[in-house]
Write a protein that binds this ligand. Structure first.
Ligand code: ADP
Length: 453
């Protein structure tokens, strides 16, 4: 199979037809990512100043949320010690004040909506309407120029303006990202791999705050949006999910009634009650996007423990286990499209057929490789700069399994009335950045499908 030829024509196809995608509505999470590259000496001095004993306890047991400065520093040490990512909500004012004064090296657009708005609107030039829970000046400054809009209520009517023209003076929702490289040393800890600890000083995205414009004007907003992508449900807990879920159900009523294809970008949702509740809503979505950890976490709440374990047991992920899991999910929920991505390949299960499904996946894989290679994509023409990244050779056995077990040809086969679609991805050896790459993959593929239809 000459995947490079398919990559090339998929790119040309999407680039030529992207103007056909009219407008995409994006809800709900947008925030500011403030990145601090940790310095070993600075961190050690800070820990000693606050009190080493007080801090170190939390490097063994991660607290549930950050309620003090020692908990903040201890949690950072917890991540370093294990080379593991962690994200905690920062409740205490003093810890928030401390983080603000500690500062950052870089500010970036954060939240799936913010990242996708800049990609679809700012890079691809596809008009988007974004839900931004709080539009501070800092938040507005992180939006790229281009057809990106936020709704503004004026005399009960919805007006669309670029975030920079919103003139809001709202709160900053900052996710402080403390990054460390592999081998980073502090006290007698050494990071086994690079990673980050995130402290979210954000009361809005974490509780899925939904703005008045989206509560009162949703009907109006959806009139001009033929596609929707929803994300940001992941931080909810069993204590606080009911109210936002009521609003989301109302939004889905409107979207379903208008037959607007809606994609859910699933992100790892630690709370099992919330995960089950999302599963209960999935049938009202057209499409869902997820990786292996997220698919395994869904299998777990569906009672498929063995399958969940299988999904996490091998690298690259076993495609037969993925296909089984996708079939179970589709048959349980009736969601029409499942897009699975992992390091090395993507699979999609759709209740409709066509090469455009595969070509949209190829476009998305090229966009992901371009992002990894360049750090940032500034125009759709940057996407093609990843054509020289080789197609992942290690995935050959995966392709062979799919052909043997399911009779797959050219990345497409039929299974239980569904189309199963596969693409091997291009993997950048030394990526410049992988932040938000999952969002790039899912939004490019979903949008790409509707450009190619
Ligand atoms: P995140 O939440 O960080 O975006 P995801 O797991 O959702 O993480 O997405 C990561 C995906 O990015 C992987 O599944 C893989 O397909 C892709 N990816 C990761 N690293 C690279 C790379 N170096 N080159 C190309 N694609 C990559």
């Amino acid at each position: 199979m000459d995947w490079n030829a398919l990559y090339s024509s998929a790119f040309e196809g999407v680039r030529g037809r992207i103007g056909r995608v009219d407008r995409v509505l994006l809800a709900y999470n947008t925030n500011i990512d403030a990145i601090k590259y940790l310095d070993g000496r600075d961190l050690r001095e800070r820990v000693e100043k606050v009190g080493k004993d007080k801090v170190l306890r939390y490097s063994d047991d991660l607290p549930g949320r950050i309620e003090s400065v020692p908990q903040l520093l201890g949690s950072i040490l917890w991540s370093i010690k294990r080379g593991k990512a962690a994200e905690l909500f920062v409740e205490s004012c003093s810890a928030r004040f401390y983080m603000k004064h500690w500062g950052w090296d870089e500010l970036r657009m954060g939240g799936q909506v913010g990242i996708m708005a800049n990609l679809l609107g700012g890079v691809y030039g596809v008009p988007v309407i974004a839900h931004v829970p709080q539009l501070s000046r800092l938040q507005a400054s992180l939006f790229k120029d281009g057809p990106i809009y936020v709704p503004k209520l004026e005399d009960g009517k919805v007006k669309l303006v670029h975030p920079k023209g919103f003139a809001g003076d709202e709160e900053n929702c900052i996710h402080y990202i403390y990054e460390f490289p592999r081998g980073f040393r502090v006290f007698n800890f050494e990071a086994p791999r690079e990673n980050r600890f995130i402290g979210s000083a954000d009361d809005y995205n974490t509780t899925l705050f939904i703005r008045d414009e989206f509560r009162e004007g949703f009907d109006e907003i959806t009139k001009s949006s033929p596609l929707t992508i929803i994300s940001g449900l992941q931080a909810l807990t069993k204590e606080n999910y009911r109210e936002p879920f009521e609003i989301i159900r109302g939004h889905l009523d409107v979207l379903n009634e208008r037959e607007i294809p809606t994609h859910l970008e699933f992100a790892f949702t630690p709370d099992e009650t919330v995960r089950k509740a999302i599963l209960g809503l999935l049938g009202r979505f057209w499409s869902v996007g997820l990786n292996e950890v997220e698919l395994a976490s869904i299998m777990k709440v569906m009672g498929e423990k063995k399958l969940a374990e299988k999904l996490l047991a091998s690298d690259p992920v076993d495609p037969v286990a993925v296909t089984d899991a996708m079939l179970k999910l589709a048959e349980k929920t009736w969601v029409r499209r499942i897009h699975f991505h992992t390091y090395g390949y993507y699979l999609a299960l759709t209740d409709y057929r066509g090469e455009f499904v595969r070509n949209a996946l190829l476009f998305a894989a090229l966009a992901a490789a371009a992002k990894a290679k360049l750090g940032e994509i500034n125009s759709i023409d940057d996407v093609v700069k990843a054509m020289d990244v080789p197609v992942n050779e290690k995935i050959k056995p995966i392709e062979e399994v799919l052909s043997k077990v399911y009779g797959m040809e050219d990345g497409i086969t039929e299974l239980n009335g569904y189309q199963l679609t596969f693409v091997p991805t291009k993997i950048v050896e030394k990526p410049r950045s992988t932040v938000g790459i999952g969002d790039t993959i899912s939004s490019s593929a979903f949008m790409g499908e509707f450009a190619l239809r």
